[in-house]
Each structure stands twice: as C-alpha cells, then as structure tokens.
Ligand binder design. Sequence first.
Ligand SMILES: *[C@@H]1O[C@H](CO)[C@@H](O)[C@H](O)[C@H]1NC(C)=O
Length: 223
Amino acid sequence: MKFLVLLALLAAAAGEHSHGGHGHFPHGGHTHFLPVRHGFRHTTSTFPHRPRPFRPAAHPVAPVHPVVPQPPASGVAVDDRLDDSEYHFSWRHDGSKTYTWDGANQYCRSLGSGWQGISIETREEDSLVSKAISGDLLPWIWTSGHLSRHGLDWAWDSGAQFVGLNWSHTGGNGQAQPDNRERGGEKCLGVLNNFYNDGVKWHDIACHHDKAIICERKARVHG
Ligand SMILES: *[C@@H]1O[C@H](CO)[C@@H](O)[C@H](O)[C@H]1NC(C)=O
C-alpha cells in the first residue's frame, strides 16, 4: 500500500516536472513543442500508416426499387425483402427461441417501430415464407394471422384483407384447415413445414404452442 502511494507521488512529481519542462525548452525539437497546427501535420505525415485489415469487397447489392431504406438504421437484421417489405427471421437472431403466438408477435414489435408479425398477403410473400422455412429446416413458424374476437374471421396485423391463400387440405383430423381442432380453440395462424405430409401449409393452431416467427416491416416508399 505504502509503495503504491509512493509510486503515485513520484508519478505526480514527474508530471509536474515535465510540465515545467515545456516552459523551459520551447524549442526542444520534439513534436510536443511544435505549434499545434504544425505538430498535427507533422504527426500525420510521418507516422507510418497502420496497415488496414484486409476486408473482402462486399457483395454488390442489387438496387431495391422503389424501396427506400428507412433512416436511421435501426440495427435490426433484415433477412429478406420483397416489394416494400423487410423480413426478419427470429430464429436466426435469438438462438432459435420459440414463443407462444402472443410472445412471438411481441418479439416482432420489440424490434422497433413498424415491425410486426408477418402478414402473408400475396402468393409471392407466401413463397418467401415457404423458402425461409424449408431452407432453414424449420418445423413451423407463427405469423400475425389470428381469428377475430368473435371467432368468425381471420385477420392480419397489417390490416390487409385476409385471403386464405395456402391453408392445408389436411391436419390432425385429416380435415381441411382451418378446423379449430384442439380443445380450447385454434385461434392463431402458423405455417407448418410438411408436418402432415402436406407441404409447407397454413394451419390454425392453439395460440399457446411455441414457435419461431417471421417479422415484417413495410419500408416507406417515397415519391
Ligand atoms: C402453397 O404452398 C406451396 C408450397 O408448399 C406452393 O407450392 C404453392 O404455390 C402455394 N400456393 C399458393 C396459392 O400460394
């Protein structure tokens, strides 16, 4: 302890001394003593350039038109794009966690402004979902699709009109989906990867089941 205190005192004294030195030897010839502007130029021109780490050139990215990325960069990873939408595949970024339907959609909203569970509105979008799931060998995902409160109509969080593009022709009871099979109701829309040997298809599922999710954000289109 005493030793440390002594060291500190010595260091302070040395600092004091060198400080004074500046005053005494203004033309010492060290870069310290040069006028700031000159010293700066001197420093930058003679210091050896640090070798930059090699970085392979980024892949050229095809221009996405007319989508304009939203400023500022939110830092949310975007795994795919289609038309004016960006998609984030939860399982690639959260250690493959799974969530109830509520939890999964909350995960999407927590990504930031504009993010919500995916709303599958077109065949192209459905095909993007199919490719994501089968490409990553995922058994199933949640979407934002859910049965309305009165239990009659399906709805997307995007507010777009719901069109049942790709309900499975079968399920646990061998009946076309949605079949509201599980006791307690199947009020949430998931996409299953060939679970009933039926391809990548939509199923109504009880909302308490755990799955990953695809999140979607509509990019703003300007002009
Ligand atoms: C439904 O999904 C399958 C892939 O499992 C796809 O081949 C088919 O085109 C889809 N149908 C529609 C109407 O999107």
